[in-house]
Write a protein that binds this ligand. Structure first.
Ligand code: NAI
Ligand code: MG
Length: 355
């Protein structure tokens, strides 16, 4: 089997961690035998912006459309405002390709300790399904009376039946396919009195099709507290765009930080390419030092393999990451060690060959 992979390494530590992600991908192809990944790298980053006045060429989306999948490192440089760099590259890709699921595993890997010291790794393993195209992050709204005492800003939330149903259905399907028992939907219908009751109604409707799965609607404020006090009680959490955004950063903090956290921007119908990326940014503070943790990117590659249907291989990659962490020999500075990005990547590749 042959897959075409578009690679946007980006800025700062993006290219550094991507190098390890791609080396691992080729190692995975090698041990599998019948697999080939043909990667094409696109230099769409902040330097490109400074030369061309845009983050990607006019036909950039048409180009990406032809690939099976996209791997992204990180975008962002102090020389270009974030609302240009992130919003003119990443958001257009997510929206054009209907990547309406933002999938973020919250899993404490073997060998790591959570800042919640009492919880073992066996307990901390769930997934957040964040809506990725509508909700609170709409463009609808505006500002009036600027410069007067009557100045105001309005930002509308947009929840469509189509949009809510498809993300909720995805979450239930995922729970069922992965043998999970519980689905928790984040809500705030006690305070947001139009969109959230609508969201709740749709969750309840879809839940009738999955009687074997226990459904809970939990208000976002309480849910945030439960993430910390009893994270072991979650299997699949489904949330709107804003709530999911906040919950997933909280979740990442529970399981070891940004250097580890992967994500998928998924088009479940597979009629467009999906995109996999570490959730961290370009980390200008450590860029160029060769000490960024490549695990978030390598785990994202593992999620990409799952998405392509190469689940056994995806599992093997994650197992190899866990083996290396459990061994405690090779660790980057964010995990308290002294290893470089390259040494960490290499240790995981070697473990993959060994397994
Ligand atoms: P950041 O994620 O780049 O860094 C936050 C902190 O985490 C820094 O101290 C950094 O050194 C550390 N860190 C991040 N990734 C790490 C890794 N792999 N290994 C070890 N330490 C790591 O977030 P920040 O500083 O808020 O943003 C920097 C730039 O990245 C900005 O331009 C921002 O807009 C952009 N950004 C891009 C994202 C993307 O490409 N999807 C996501 C988040 C931010
Ligand atoms: Mg990222």
């Amino acid at each position: 089997k042959h897959y075409a992979v578009a690679v946007i390494a980006g800025d700062g530590i993006g290219p550094e961690v991507m190098e390890e992600g791609l080396a691992l991908l080729q190692a995975a192809a090698e041990i599998h035998g019948g697999l080939a990944f043909e990667t094409s790298t696109f230099p769409w980053n902040c330097r490109y912006y400074q030369e061309h006045g845009r983050m990607m060429p006019e036909d950039g989306l048409t180009t990406l459309r032809q690939f099976d999948v996209i791997l992204l490192g990180a975008i962002g440089d102090p020389s270009v405002p974030d609302h240009i760099s992130v919003w003119e590259l990443i958001l257009p890709i997510r929206r054009a390709f209907q990547q309406y699921v933002n999938l973020r595993p919250i899993k404490l890997l073997r060998g790591l300790e959570s800042p919640l010291r009492c919880k073992g790794h066996a307990d901390l393993d769930f997934v957040v399904v964040r809506e990725n195209t509508e909700g609170e992050y709409s463009n609808m709204g505006g500002r009036l009376h600027e410069g007067t005492p009557y100045e105001l800003a309005v930002q509308n939330n947009v929840f469509t039946r189509y949009g809510v149903e498809r993300i909720v259905r995805y979450a239930y399907r995922l729970a069922k396919e992965t043998g999970k028992r519980r689905l928790t939907a984040a809500t705030k219908s006690n305070g947001i009195n139009h969109s959230m009751p609508f969201w709740d109604e749709i969750v309840k409707e879809v839940s009738l099709e999955y009687p074997e799965i226990e459904t809970r609607l939990t208000h976002i404020d309480a849910l945030s507290a439960y993430f910390v006090s009893c994270p072991e009680t979650f299997d699949v959490v489904v949330a709107s765009n804003l709530f999911g955004d906040i919950l997933t950063d909280l979740g990442a903090a529970l399981v070891g930080g940004l250097g580890l956290a992967p994500s998928g921007n998924i088009n479940p119908e597979k009629n467009y390419p999906s995109m996999f990326e570490p959730i961290h940014g370009s980390a200008p503070d450590i860029a160029g030092t060769g000490t960024a943790n490549p695990i978030a990117t390598i785990w994202s590659v593992s999620m990409m393999l799952d998405h392509l249907g190469e689940r056994e291989l995806g599992r093997l990659v994650l197992d190899s990451i866990e083996d290396v962490l459990a061994e405690r020999r090779v660790r980057t500075p964010d995990l308290g060690g002294t290893a470089t990005t390259r040494e960490m990547g290499q240790a995981i590749r070697e473990q993959l060959y060994r397994r």
